[in-house]
Design a protein around this ligand. Structure first.
Ligand code: ZN
Length: 518
């Protein structure tokens, strides 16, 4: 039997404290259900004492009846000088009726003196009383030792006394928190070993990424004997974030051979990461290990050639084990191998030795040299390949010309675009307003095209990125525009390059609509 490691997910509590992260009650419920389906051991849903939204979440979550994961409410030890049973915050933790309550308390003698301003003995009593009180109401209590590693480094005697107070009061897990994210793996491992020899309760680890070591620190603790790891999906959280569960889980399960989640869940890891990005409205980080779009992307011609023959040449695991996929980037560094693999990925069959393949590769290299980039613009690449394969005629419209006017001054600038399009040999002129020149043009083009192709009604711009490419002099520098369009189900990228921002944008937008039609 492989060693079992518990996954404690705090995406909905610590994760919600991350910059730019906002969860509504409905979002939290969707995330909790996904986490349950995925198979984490604990789901920390929020801090009922901190806001009414979390109280509402727990009221709704109660109706969902989680079967696999245990739902946890988060809070702190009682205040100094009052009984746990008289502390409103502690009582609030019982009122949300979760099977698990996780509380945090001080471990560092320095923090007890400077922040709590009470005696070290009173802090130990606060830990023990609160845990005993929650236990007496039938709750499993997970105890988070705030500043555990820092506190243990300063005053090991006192930190161990805190761990013991929590364990003796009945906490099921003693969780060592690297709250400030400044500890090193060897320190975390040593603290874990010390805690394990001081208490019988199982040890957990909670790390933050301030030094870029959240994952290394969590692994050091698990290697030293901890059996419970806390973190958030995609590593969202305070400051630089928490330990990223989308990395800890595959490291523990694939690299160490431990068991965290069902193997079938591991194959949905990339999907789960994208889901969390969607709910939190964050652009997926392509370089995120394991689940990022670039995690198994190959660009160098020799790499691609080798991977075609033998995937392990430049892949540490099979991308499918975490639900990711191999991606081949086509660029001016790439050879024919990249183009063949990429085309196959896009569903286009190319003949390796055909003159059209050679011509397409040459055009690609020329365009890349002029500043085009197809890495994020698969749809433009498809259109280019189709042109070389003699399928150009399938784009059923043409932009004949356009005009954009901008009126600015003391008031907000207004923009108007006029566009002449040709469909089936018939020309028409369309006018539209917009908040900027590109928006006005897109509005006019949409209006014109929807009349001819009603299915484009569903298509709209999802993302618009502008990059100024280094030129000889600032103003004549070229602009590269990458647009992502979506029909609500799928999304695709297109690219346009020009010395003129509006022209570059229009090219990318036109290809976005063209792709939807072909
Ligand atoms: Zn934290």
């Amino acid at each position: 039997m492989p060693r079992k490691i518990e996954i404690y997910d705090t995406t909905l509590r610590d994760g919600s404290q991350g910059l730019g992260i906002h969860f509504s009650v409905a979002d939290k419920l969707r995330v909790a259900q996904e986490l349950e389906r995925f198979g984490v051991t604990y789901i920390e849903g929020g801090w009922p004492g901190s806001n009414p939204r979390d109280i509402e979440f727990f009221a709704e979550a109660r109706k969902l009846k989680f079967k696999k994961a245990k739902l946890a409410a988060f809070g702190s030890t009682r205040k100094k000088g009052v009984r746990a049973s008289e502390d409103a915050q502690v009582k609030g933790l019982l009122e949300v009726h979760t099977p698990v309550v996780t509380i945090y308390g001080k471990t560092s003698a320095l923090h007890v003196r400077e922040v709590l301003r009470c005696t070290p003995e009173e802090n130990l009593a606060m830990i023990a009383d609160t845990i005993a009180y929650l236990k007496s109401h039938g709750r499993e209590v997970v105890y988070d030792c705030e500043h555990a590693i820092d506190g243990w480094k300063e005053d090991p005697q006192y930190a161990l006394a805190c761990f013991k107070a929590a364990a003796e009061a009945g906490a099921s897990r003693i969780v060592l928190c690297d709250t400030n994210g400044g500890s090193l793996p060897d320190e975390v491992a040593a603290c874990t070993r010390a805690a394990m020899s001081a208490v019988k309760a199982a040890i957990g680890i909670h790390t933050h990424d301030d030094s870029g070591l959240a994952l290394a620190n969590a692994l050091a603790s698990l290697d030293a004997g901890a059996m419970h790891v806390q973190g958030t999906m995609n590593g969202i959280g305070e400051r630089t974030g928490n330990c990223d569960l989308t990395a800890v889980i595959p490291v523990a399960q694939i690299k160490r051979g431990w068991s965290c989640v069902p193997a079938s869940s591991l194959r949905r890891l990339t999907e789960l990461s994208r889901f969390i990005d969607g709910v939190t409205n964050q652009a997926p980080d392509p370089r995120r290990p394991w689940v990022g779009a670039a995690a198994f992307a190959h660009k160098g011609g020799t790499h691609v050639d080798a991977v075609r023959k033998f995937s392990a040449a430049y892949e540490h695991v099979d991308p499918a084990t975490v639900g990711n996929a191999r991606d081949v980037l086509v660029s001016d560094q790439s050879g024919r191998s990249n183009l063949l693999m990429k085309a196959a990925e896009l569903g286009i069959e190319l003949d390796k030795d055909a003159p059209s393949t050679k011509a397409a590769l040459e055009e690609l290299k020329k365009l890349e040299h002029q500043g085009w980039s197809f890495e994020d613009a698969d749809a433009s690449l498809v259109l280019l390949l189709r042109r070389h394969l003699g399928k150009a005629a399938v784009v059923p419209f043409e932009v004949v010309n356009y005009n954009v006017s901008i009126q600015g001054g003391s008031k907000l600038a207004s923009c108007e675009a006029t566009i002449r399009t040709r469909v089936d040999g018939k020309e028409s002129l369309t006018v539209a307003d917009g908040e900027g020149p590109v928006h006005a043009l897109d509005q006019a083009l949409r209006k014109a095209l929807i009349k001819a192709f009603p299915k484009l009604k569903k298509v709209h711009l999802a993302d618009y990125k502008v990059r100024v490419l280094a030129g000889q002099d600032g103003t004549s520098a070229k602009t590269r525009v990458v647009v992502r369009s979506t029909d609500g189900k799928k999304s695709w990228g297109t690219v346009g390059v020009s010395a003129n921002l509006v022209e570059a944008s229009l090219r990318a937008i036109v290809e976005g609509y063209a792709h939807a039609l072909v």
